[in-house]
Ligand binder design. Structure first.
Ligand code: PGA
Length: 245
């Protein structure tokens, strides 16, 4: 059994005050599970400082490039230098609004690992894809380029299954639906390399709340959660972490 991991994706929310409140609470009452918090770029250094090592801090994206003339981009080396140790890669909002494709996402994963960051690779189907019955082939395709590019190094990746139709909608995948996709992801990993399916933690994301976390986290192939909206509420987030044991 893996140690459970609960990740907080703040998206484009927050302020200095909210960072102080949320990280202050987590540092004062460190949850028993592993926790990684992903604030927007401007709050990362403050978050690293306030976390005092009690929780990990990560960015929501990184550049696929090492350095250079890429206005607006942030490199993995910069993130590592300021104390970030995690990074989200391939979140559906980046796939949708920034047209990130599987090849770019694989390149970002590789860059993250070269920079000493643990990437959380997000995959998931849209409502239309689920209704057309192609969830598994969509997930398999999203996993293919990263697995191929990283090979054995994929063992250092954490994965998150986030059905797009469940993100920010209040519509959570049922524990049975989530478990079924997680089991499929594990079988895909096993088909590539038996070791990988044992080593890799698989998080569920999409409207995770204190009320549904216990049932989701009790599933055999769910090793924690990637939490958006509910991670901005200190008490709610602590309650979600408490469900991960
Ligand atoms: P949500 O977001 O918990 O607000 O649905 C999850 C995510 O997008 O990571």
């Amino acid at each position: 059994m893996h140690r459970k991991l609960v990740a907080a994706n703040w998206k484009m929310h927050g302020s200095n005050a909210l960072t102080a409140t949320l990280l202050g609470t987590l540092a004062a009452q460190p949850p028993a599970c592993e926790v990684a918090v992903f604030p927007p770029f401007p709050y990362l250094a403050q978050a690293v400082h306030l976390a005092r090592g009690a929780v990990g801090i990560g960015a929501q994206d990184l550049s696929a490039h090492a350095q250079g003339a890429y206005t607006g981009e942030v490199s993995g080396a910069m993130l590592h230098e300021i104390g970030a140790r995690w990074v989200l890669v391939g979140h559906s909002e980046r796939r949708q609004y920034h047209h990130e494709n599987d090849a770019l996402i694989a390149a970002k994963l590789q860059r993250a690992m070269e920079c000493g960051l643990t990437p959380v690779l997000c995959v998931g189907e849209t409502l239309d894809e689920r209704e057309r019955g192609i969830t598994e082939s969509v997930i398999a395709t999203q996993m293919q380029a990263p697995l191929h590019l990283l090979g054995e190094r994929f063992a250092g990746v954490v994965m998150a299954y986030e059905p797009v139709w469940a993100i920010g909608t209040g519509r959570t995948a049922s524990a049975v639906q989530a478990q079924a996709v997680h089991a499929f992801m594990r079988s895909q990993l096993a088909a590539h390399d038996a070791k990988l399916s044992r080593l890799i933690r698989l998080l569920y994301g999409g409207s995770v709340k204190a009320a549904n976390a216990p049932e989701l986290f009790a599933q055999p192939d769910i090793d924690g959660g990637l939490v958006g909206g509910a991670s901005l509420l200190a008490e709610e987030f602590l309650a979600i972490c408490a469900a991960a044991h």
